[in-house]
Design a protein around this ligand. Structure first.
Ligand code: ZN
Length: 138
């Protein structure tokens, strides 16, 4: 395992063991959920919008390390962004893990999930929270 792979693995584990923005969001103005039956992942994403801006975002549910870490990193990446900016981040993330496109450096911690593109069975784990986010924002 390369040093970079090791770093990515640690980043994923850190977000899995101590997920950011996890739990209910009582003031949510938008919410959407999803399931990935092939792995057993369940996630609900809750957003509180102020105008066009994501003032708060939280998620709850249960899932594997990949889906939980993806949700945790997603909430950090899009909090404070406008809806348009969040959907653009989602587009870049999908390009990286679904299409295997060269990762956009602006994805930050989310780059830790780039290896998922080579693991077809785990792609749905990584994209589950993002589909919920897109549904909630639409
Ligand atoms: Zn999973």
């Amino acid at each position: 395992m390369s040093v970079l792979d090791e770093l990515y693995r640690e980043t994923i584990l850190k977000h899995y063991q101590s997920p950011k923005n996890f739990g209910p969001l009582p003031g949510a103005t938008k919410r959407a959920g999803g399931m990935n039956p092939s792995c057993g992942d369940q996630v609900e994403v809750m957003v509180r919008l102020e105008g066009e801006r994501i003032a708060e975002i939280r998620f709850q549910g249960q899932g594997c390390a990949i889906s939980t870490a993806s949700a945790s990193m997603m909430t950090e990446a899009v909090a404070g962004k406008t809806v348009g900016e969040a959907l653009e981040i989602a587009r870049k993330f999908h390009a990286m893990v679904v299409e295997g496109a060269p990762p956009d450096p602006s994805l930050g911690d989310l780059l830790a999930l780039q290896g998922v593109a080579k693991l077809p069975a785990r792609v749905k784990c990584a994209t589950l929270p993002w589909h919920a986010l897109e549904e909630a924002l639409r």
